[in-house]
Structures are given as structure tokens and as C-alpha cells.
Design a binder for this molecule. Structure first.
Ligand SMILES: *[C@@H]1O[C@H](CO)[C@@H](O)[C@H](O)[C@H]1NC(C)=O
Ligand SMILES: *[C@@H]1O[C@H](CO)[C@@H](O)[C@H](O)[C@H]1NC(C)=O
Ligand SMILES: *[C@@H]1O[C@H](CO)[C@@H](O)[C@H](O)[C@H]1NC(C)=O
Ligand SMILES: *[C@@H]1O[C@H](CO)[C@@H](O)[C@H](O)[C@H]1NC(C)=O
Ligand SMILES: *[C@@H]1O[C@H](CO)[C@@H](O)[C@H](O)[C@H]1NC(C)=O
Ligand SMILES: *[C@@H]1O[C@H](CO)[C@@H](O)[C@H](O)[C@H]1NC(C)=O
Ligand SMILES: *[C@@H]1O[C@H](CO)[C@@H](O)[C@H](O)[C@H]1NC(C)=O
Length: 528
């Protein structure tokens, strides 16, 4: 039995009616003393965001910046030195028309229902001011903007691109505020056009031809150049019917606009809530499921990188169609997101863009007041103020793990080989030396478990050669996996009125030889 230590006293105070230590299971983590050959570079923007285009003004702010979005992103930027990247697009990028006389945006929404309380717009018209709201992102934000391929209307795609480039021109306020246009994306999930806006037997070759027809005039008008400041992100498929490799074989990279492709994007969700359904958090918190959902992309990642291009997960989250209640909005989903993000990094996925929309269940945060419940569409009176959801804490853990040196390209990550069931771990190296490790205990500790058993603990012995005698530990404290609020990262909360940290930071320092404890449904970060 280990000395309880300060942390345990702290948790005893916090949860005095719960058993703090159940069964202790001993295990071991061997941390290589230098980055193994399969380690991967960590990008400071590893954890980035994709936003549904229809309600972009709500995220950004209309007349001044939305302080909730701004603070949520800036908290992350302080950890890595760079704000998350922002992609605006998705479903509604293929339903957008640009018009010269549109002030900001006019949007048509379908009726909400219990499964989909906040449906995407069926159509929208935007004007120049719409893209100019990019100026409200935190300084240093790099953006991707979507163009409409669904309509296959070259005039409209060119109009949208020109409006975007005007918003980011060298004299623009956006540029003066340090917000940068990185990439343009033509078409969202074009593999799903089949049977909707394209014939059901539409092939990848026909997609590539269609993309070239629309992208060629766009590239000419906005004067893209090889190695220029703005690149093209392509593919953005979501099924396995069309693949990045398939598009390479169909010649996308050999085309005129294909020369400007710098990034390949894949979209993925581990499940779908489009028609509702019953999802179980326990089955979601599974180490093998996280790996199963990501390793299928290994051949595309290899094919992409062998061509000198960057591979990103350009839109993702737990469960498609805005998330499932009781899974996507829980503390368990925060642990899932830590493992999913870091796992993606070890596979060579440079960035992973978590999708969000106003009132979506899987959002990291809700940036505006809501007068209907995102969970079941019930009327909320008074409206809920903007709030953070548990996955936001995943970003705090991941970005602390990534650290401020990643921007210089000197930070690497590798997965640790662990035998304890559902315990995942990663080592992070800076300038060739072990700097930090992250452990995630995915075993689910649900409210219902507390009635029948005790919460189990892994005791991890750390074996590696290092001069450091002491380690510092910070915990993501979770009451239960099915909690939807009240997480604590190092004793601090971000669930405050304006998403600014409150409370005093709590970390533990112990001798390296003592090892560390991690409870079911907990994540820890260790500094060496
Ligand atoms: C585009 O992205 C969204 C996510 O908003 C997805 O649900 C949708 O089905 C996608 N594809 C099409 C063809 O609209
Ligand atoms: C709920 O709304 C969504 C989005 O408009 C729609 O796709 C779905 O069919 C609706 N479900 C029901 C049960 O009406
Ligand atoms: C294509 O887009 C242009 C510009 O938005 C619009 O005027 C025109 O009606 C569109 N064409 C079709 C066939 O929808
Ligand atoms: C797709 O189906 C249409 C009509 O059903 C047919 O005319 C066309 O040849 C098919 N295209 C391909 C590529 O199979
Ligand atoms: C990991 O957790 C999942 C979900 O609870 C469970 O189905 C699976 O058996 C666990 N894996 C192992 C190896 O115990
Ligand atoms: C992906 O994740 C879901 C949810 O955890 C799981 O049900 C599914 O089996 C996973 N897929 C693979 C291929 O592992
Ligand atoms: C709907 O969800 C809210 C929480 O957002 C909850 O308070 C309320 O009881 C739920 N209503 C129904 C009818 O399930």
C-alpha cells in the first residue's frame, strides 16, 4: 500500500462519501530514454477545431469578438504558444451561395426535433462581411475555409473564394489582427454526394474530374502558386468508398490545381446518431476501439506522406450527427478524446479537427446562450449561459502534453507498450529527451458502478534510466465517467462565467521510484 500523499487527502475531501482506493493492480511502463524510430513530431495545433459554417457568426461574434470562443481558444494557445487551427465549412459549405448584396448572412433552417435540436441550415447566402468575421479569432490563428462543390457552380465557387481572399488581403483587418488563411477546401465529404447531389454510381474518377473543373478557375482567379501562402486541402472523404489513395490513382495531384494541394483531409466518426440510438459509454471507452477507428487510415497516411503532403483528420468527433447524449457530452468522452488525439499523433496525423456547431451535443464548448436543450430540444427557461463541456478538459491535457516547444519541431511522441487492460500511455520527448508522459485509464467508472463495487486503481511502476529523481504529476479528476460537468484539471476548473481558470493549481511531486497511481476513469500527466 502506498502512502496516501497530499493528492489523496485532497480527493478524500472532495468525495468524502466515495471509496478512494479500491483494488490496486500493479503494472509497469517502460519509457525509452530517447525517442524510438517510430516516434512522430507533435504539432502545436494537433488539437484543432472544425466549425459548422451556418452559424459561424455566433462562434466568431458579429460586431466584436465572442469572448467565450476567444477565451476558450486562448486558454489552449497559452499552453502550446499557438491557437488551435480553425476550419469553417462542413455540411453547409456545400449549401452556401455568395451574393454581392448580402449584408452578412441569411440562413434557412429546418424544424428542430428531439434527435436533432439544432439542425444544419438547408441553404445560406453570405456576403463579404461574413468572411471578415475571421478578424475576431485570436491572433496567430490559422484558418481553412470551405468552398461549395456540391452545387458544382463554378461562378459561385469563384465568388466565394474571391470573397475569402478579400477578407484576408494584406490590407485587411483580419491580416492586421494576425489571423492567417492557410488553406481552402472545395467540397465536404463528396463521397456522400452519391445518390444526393450526384448519381449514385458516381466514381472517384468522376469526382476528381468534377473537382478539377471547379478548382481550376478558382486557383487562377485567386492566383494560387506552388509554395505560396495559401494551399489547398483535398479529399475530405468520410466513407471508405472514396479514399485519398484512390484520388491519387485517379490523377488529382497531376492536375493543374492539384499542384497546390498541400494537405489531405479525412473525416471520421466512431458512430452515428443521425436517427438517434442507444450508445453505451462503457463500450466507447475502449482502447482497442480507439485504435480500430484510426489504424484503418494507415495506408492513406503512408500514401499521403510519401508524396510529401500533410495528412490531417479534417473533421471528426465521437459520434456523427452532432453526438449522442450520455456519451459525447460526458467525462468519459474527455478521456476518449485524449487517447484519440494522441493516438492519431502517433500514427502521423498532424492535426485533428474536432467538429462543433451551435447546440451540438459533442461540442467542447457552447459559445452562446441556448434556449433549447441540445440533448432533447426541451425549452430552457431561463436559457443556459455559454458553457464548457467535459471534452474541453481533454484539450487542456493534450495541449499541456504538447507544450510550448512543439512549434520549433523539437517535440516528439510515441505510444508506450502497456499490458494493463484499457490503460494507454504516451511519452513525449523534447530535444531527444523524455519530457512528459500521459496515461489514460479508460476503464469506465459509472455512477451505477459505485453502488456495487469500489473504484480500481492501477499502480504504474516507471522504469527508465534518467537522472531525474523526482516526477511531477497533474491529474484530470473525474467523479464518474457519465458526469457531464465538474471535472478538475490539477485542482482547477474552467467551468466559469467566461471560461477563465479558477482555483489554485494542485500537482504532486514524488520520487520516481515510487511510481504513480491512476484510478479508473482518470488521466494523468507526468513531468520528468
Ligand atoms: C458534410 O459534413 C457534415 C458534418 O457537418 C456531415 O454530417 C455531412 O453529411 C457532410 N456531407 C454532405 C454531403 O453534406
Ligand atoms: C429531425 O431533424 C433532422 C434534421 O432536419 C432530420 O434529418 C430528421 O429526419 C428529423 N427526425 C425526425 C424523427 O423527424
Ligand atoms: C451559380 O451561381 C451564381 C452566382 O451565385 C448564380 O447567379 C447562378 O444562378 C448559379 N447558377 C445556378 C445554375 O444555380
Ligand atoms: C451510372 O448510371 C447511369 C444511369 O443509371 C448510366 O447511364 C451510367 O453509365 C452509369 N455510370 C457509370 C460510371 O457506371
Ligand atoms: C476495455 O473496456 C471495454 C469497455 O468497457 C471492454 O469491453 C473491454 O473488455 C476492455 N478491454 C480489456 C482488455 O479489458
Ligand atoms: C470504433 O469505435 C466504436 C465506438 O467505440 C466501436 O463500436 C467500433 O467497434 C470501433 N471500430 C473499430 C473498427 O474498432
Ligand atoms: C431534457 O434534457 C434536460 C437537460 O438538458 C433535462 O433537464 C430534462 O429533464 C430533459 N427532458 C426530458 C423530457 O427528457
Amino acid at each position: 500500500m502506498l502512502p496516501l500523499g497530499l493528492y489523496s487527502l485532497f480527493t478524500l475531501l472532495l468525495w468524502e462519501f466515495k471509496p478512494v482506493f479500491g483494488t490496486i493492480i500493479n503494472t509497469r511502463a517502460n519509457i525509452p530514454t530517447s525517442p524510438p524510430s517510430n516516434s512522430e513530431k507533435l504539432a502545436p495545433t494537433l488539437l484543432s477545431f472544425s466549425l459548422e459554417q451556418d452559424r459561424w457568426p455566433d462562434w466568431a461574434g458579429r460586431h466584436s469578438q465572442n469572448v467565450y470562443t476567444y477565451n476558450a481558444l486562448t486558454n489552449y494557445a497559452q499552453l502550446t504558444g499557438q491557437p488551435p487551427k480553425i476550419r469553417v465549412g462542413a455540411n453547409t459549405e456545400d449549401r452556401t451561395l455568395w451574393g454581392p448584396n448580402v449584408d452578412l448572412v441569411s440562413t434557412v433552417f429546418p424544424a428542430p426535433n428531439e434527435t436533432t435540436p439544432y439542425p444544419e441550415a438547408t441553404s445560406m447566402n453570405v456576403g463579404d462581411e461574413y468572411y471578415r468575421l475571421s478578424r475576431f479569432m485570436p491572433r496567430g490563428t490559422h484558418m481553412t475555409w470551405g468552398l461549395n462543390l456540391g452545387y458544382s457552380n463554378v461562378t459561385n465557387a469563384v465568388n466565394m473564394a474571391q470573397s475569402i481572399f478579400r477578407a484576408f488581403s494584406s490590407a485587411s483587418e483580419t491580416t492586421r489582427n494576425g489571423v492567417v488563411l492557410d488553406l481552402i477546401e472545395l467540397g465536404n465529404e463528396s463521397d456522400l454526394y452519391r445518390g444526393k447531389v450526384r448519381p449514385s454510381n458516381w466514381t472517384i474518377s468522376q469526382f476528381v474530374q468534377n473537382w478539377i473543373e471547379n478548382m481550376t478557375p478558382v486557383a487562377r482567379v485567386v492566383k494560387l502558386s506552388v509554395g505560396g501562402p495559401v494551399g489547398v486541402i483535398a479529399c475530405s472523404f468520410v466513407t471508405r468508398i472514396f479514399t485519398a489513395t484512390g484520388s491519387f490513382n485517379a490523377g488529382i495531384l497531376d492536375s493543374e490545381p492539384g499542384k497546390y494541394i498541400t494537405h489531405i483531409s479525412q473525416h471520421w466518426y466512431s458512430g452515428e446518431f443521425c436517427n438517434g440510438g442507444d450508445f453505451h459509454l462503457r463500450s466507447f471507452m475502449s482502447k482497442s476501439a480507439v485504435r480500430g477507428n484510426l489504424t484503418v487510415f494507415n495506408p492513406d497516411i503512408t500514401a499521403t506522406r510519401s508524396r510529401g503532403l500533410v495528412y490531417v483528420m479534417g473533421e471528426t468527433n465521437s459520434i456523427g450527427c452532432h453526438g449522442a447524449p450520455g456519451v459525447s457530452n460526458t467525462a468519459g468522452a474527455a478521456l476518449w478524446a485524449i487517447d484519440y488525439t494522441l493516438q492519431a499523433a502517433t500514427l502521423g496525423i498532424q492535426e485533428i479537427y474536432y467538429h462543433g456547431g451551435i447546440g451540438f451535443k459533442y461540442n467542447f464548448f457552447q459559445p452562446i446562450a441556448l434556449d433549447r436543450s441540445p440533448v432533447n430540444n426541451s425549452h430552457l427557461s431561463p436559457p443556459s449561459q455559454p458553457y464548457l463541456q467535459p471534452p474541453y478538459y481533454a484539450g487542456l491535457v493534450v495541449n499541456t502534453a504538447v507544450g510550448r516547444m512543439a512549434g520549433s519541431g523539437m517535440t516528439k511522441i510515441v505510444e508506450l507498450e502497456l499490458t494493463a487492460p484499457n490503460l494507454s500511455g504516451y511519452a513525449i520527448y523534447e530535444m531527444g529527451k523524455p519530457a512528459r508522459a500521459v496515461f489514460v485509464n479508460l476503464n469506465a467508472w459509472l455512477k451505477s458502478d459505485a453502488r456495487v463495487r469500489e473504484r480500481s486503481v492501477y499502480h504504474i511502476d516507471l522504469s527508465f534510466v534518467s537522472t531525474a529523481k523526482e516526477i511531477k504529476i497533474k491529474r484530470l479528476d473525474i467523479g464518474y465517467a457519465d458526469d457531464t460537468s465538474s471535472l478538475m484539471w490539477g485542482g482547477q476548473s474552467w467551468e466559469t462565467r467566461e471560461f477563465l481558470v479558477s482555483g489554485r493549481e494542485v500537482t504532486e511531486t514524488r520520487s520516481r521510484d515510487e511510481g504513480v497511481d491512476i484510478r479508473e476513469t482518470e488521466a494523468i500527466l507526468i513531468w520528468f
